[in-house]
Design a protein around this ligand. Sequence first.
Ligand code: GRF
Length: 272
Amino acid sequence: MSKLKLAVLISGRGSNLQALIDACANPEFPAEIAVVVSNIPNAQGLDRAAAAGIPAMICDHTYFKGDKPGFENALATILEQHGTELVCLAGFMRIISPVFLNRFKDKVINIHPSLLPAYKGLDTHARALAAGDTTHGCSVHLVTAGMDEGPVIAQRAVAILPDDTAETLTERVLVQEHILYPEVVADIARGSVVIRQGQIERAAGLLHHRDAEIESFLIPESPVDQPHVSRPSAPDSAFDDPHVMWDAFAKAFFMAGGLIAAALALLAVFLV
Ligand code: GRF
């Protein structure tokens, strides 16, 4: 199987990069990381790439002071040299302009910690809390020239709990980010999601499944905090669950036994 070649761009911790590294470690995963590039020289994510044996490079934007096109062209050249087919921004803290995007048309995606279009930009968790929202989450979207504005590819939601702080909410959303990003990459690599001329095209079944899940997920009474994509589906009927079936069988067996014993006791009373 030929795998989709990814470039992951980071600026810091790199926990989403790690989620992609872990996913790619599975031989069945349809993508591989060709290169990791950081614009920050001591980003923690560079160590994660090195530990996984992935080429890791620094493209420091401060060397290109006042020359954003120069920085973006240098970055794009590194990615081209590594045969990049999909660029995954993972906590990359630079706004990317058409200079870069034109060299990777329909090939740049980003993960953002909000249910876009809500809360573009920074401090999304604190803003959702301050607004009194009941749900929050993360989105993977196509990158366009406007910040966090490209069409959404997929999202995952979590409930906002009464005692949540920005930190606790960040942690729970991050767990969902780490599931969502590899899933979207796999969907793109397998062709279940196609990005064409700035539009997202999904396999019909996939669109239906995910949209239905997102809707039910956002109903306040529904169990939230569970992933909307990979949540194990409930059995169609109780008897599809072997434990439920065995319980029912055991109950019926003992009830029948009890009835026979009672009938024998009655018979004995009449015969005596
Ligand atoms: C994540 O919350 C991501 O959604 C946002 O920046 C953060 C990066 O975290 N774009 P990490 O570097 O992947 O740990």
